[in-house]
Design a protein around this ligand. Sequence first.
Ligand code: SF4
Ligand code: SF4
Length: 754
Amino acid sequence: MDKKYGAYICTGCGIGEALDVETLTSAASEQGMEAKTHEALCGAAGRQMIEDDINNDGVNTIVVCACSRRVMQDELNFGDDKITIRGNIREQAAWCKEQPSDDKDQETIDDFSNEMAQDYVRMACVQAKKTELPDPFQLETLTRKILVMGGGVAGLTAAKEAAATGYEVTIVEKTDVLGGKALGWTKQFPTKAPYADLEEPTIGALVADVEGDSNITVKTATEVARIGGAPGDFNVTFKAAGTSGEWDAPYKVTVDEQDKIDKGQMEDPNAGYKKYTEVNPDGEKFGAVILATGWTPADVSEFEHLNYANSDKIVTNAEFEKMVKDGQLGGINSVAFIQSPGGEEHDMDFPYANSVTSMVALKQAKYVRENNPDAKAYILYQHMRTPGNMEMFYKGIQADDGIFLTKATVTGVEPTGNGCTVAAKDTLLGEDLNLDVDLVVLAAGMVPTTKDKAVINLAYRQGPAFLDLDLFDGYSDSHFICFPYETRRTGVYTCGGVRKAMPMDETIDDATGAALKAIQAMECADRGVAVHPRSGDQTYPEFFFQRCTQCKRCTEECPFGALDDDEKGTPLPNPTRCRRCGTCMGACPERIIGFKDYNIDMIGSMIKAIEVPDDDEDKLRILALVCENDAMPALDMAAMRKHPLNSLVRFIPVRCLGSVNMAWIKDALSSGMDGAILLGCKYGDDYQCHFVKGSEIANKRMDNIGETLSTLGLEPERCAVRQIAITDYDKVPEILNEFVEEIVELGPNPFKGF
Ligand code: SF4
Ligand code: SF4
């Protein structure tokens, strides 16, 4: 596109009073853009001024220096055929001015704030020059058909809901019948007021609905053998349930990697990868996958003091449900339901237990009472969780004289001739207990089937399973707070017990959500845009392969397995798997990966557009590369709350810290800036990074660059990473001040001016 620039500076929202607008128009002029000003660019008249320039002068690249790009998005949207760049001079300059102090008078503060705003104007102009209109990626062929793995409540509901919107669905179920574990339930939890009575199972009706739906194909006694391809174009082979074999895994392990695997320093990415005798070797095309393979009861035999392995009078909750279904409660007149293992782990629940196991115990205690009105049930727990209306169910159970509930630490279960004795201490009664019962039921939790890494068997370069499942107890969510259905493989969505232990009504809602996500993934693939979290993003990473050294860093670091590679190690991108995080761009030492609107040259040039005074020791310059997901909003909110932001710092938003290429840090320091800080999401086990690994990877890269700086005679402390949550708006100014103080103590960059 031949660009015709239009630059606009807003003087509303206090900008005109806080800043010297003339110096801002001069900053734009330096970049070859004559800026117009207006008292409210977001208002009808302001927008009209820009539209007039578009219509009359052919302006197609618009630089708006005003408020944060996170606000007024509709008001300042001039269409997909225009480039619009937002420079933030409101939150990051006008609204975050420091207060006069002994060190700085008002004139100095105004001076510093104007310099900040001028830098943001310059950077916005440079960004406009370096941005190109995106050209959305289009698949050659796109399939709008959903594969549902698992024929239980979650899978059946997802299939039914997706089919109801007109999409074709195939359900693959490994057993001979649809229905899953719900076929074994005698009764269901109450769903209607007064939430006192157990309800008849609904699974039969759900199975009948699915079997009668012409949009749904059912394959029973079948499993998925492997899934290749990408959203909109998955290629799936099936196998007869229970068959297995071995095949060449897709991950090409290097010699170095094999060495690390052998030394236990790296997980074998191909562990669990299996070859099956495929019944359709050419595969069948699908657009998205819903993983609804459910859960398995947790193993409770590790708790030796409970003697589960030594007596048929000690069963799990799942086994008890089957006993009830099979009519085997004859002669059972007293049952102890143990919710927490006790022993050494006295305040813990069983692994993978949550509110569902609490509610199951209440339900099963009711079975005992309904089977024999003279029977007794004892529920011994550390945590009784009955969310929402289930509290009323709990209260009803509490009111039953035949059901005894107490918080208690179980110290042991001993089989006796006809039953067991349960010993417990620290009860609510303040007394130790010895209960002689006919049967003991242990609250085994619900282990997601993804714990078995082979469950999905992806033919991806990064291996067959979701990454790092061990870190997350086998759950595969990519971001448990913001994107509940998302896995770390785009286009594959989980629902039901494979995602979280949940009761049936919640499973139904969950499966409906996953069906919508699957539809969204296919439709986004059709439009060539990202699904999430950068919904609607039309860009995707482009590679200048002529300079690729096949180092494999991009393929290894992509958190979403979007990149396969050929035998030589050249990346093979799958753009519809891509979440547009830019981690590959940050990884590439050759700097040959970039997006049309976000690339190495663009950010590097923006950094160089920051004016670095080399003759004033009070005017140090510090670069802050800020994650747009949490840290940037936290900064905006800090400014909205009138917290001063240190005027020596210049902020540049990045898609994710994972996208930060260390070339930018070198650019900053070689242009004389005195320090560089990355502000991004929390990483580790309870990570908040929207791209799973980005902030963690950035932290490692910054450690490495610290070492490089040392070799150049620069202090590694000039580079730092800080973890910022979106709620840290009151803390972030101080975090910045502390870093700036450290840099002030180190003194100016010794390479300044060279
Ligand atoms: S690292 Fe991010 S941007 Fe790069 S291919 Fe993977 S998902 Fe896409
Ligand atoms: S990181 Fe860059 S050089 Fe290395 S394989 Fe990927 S594209 Fe090629």
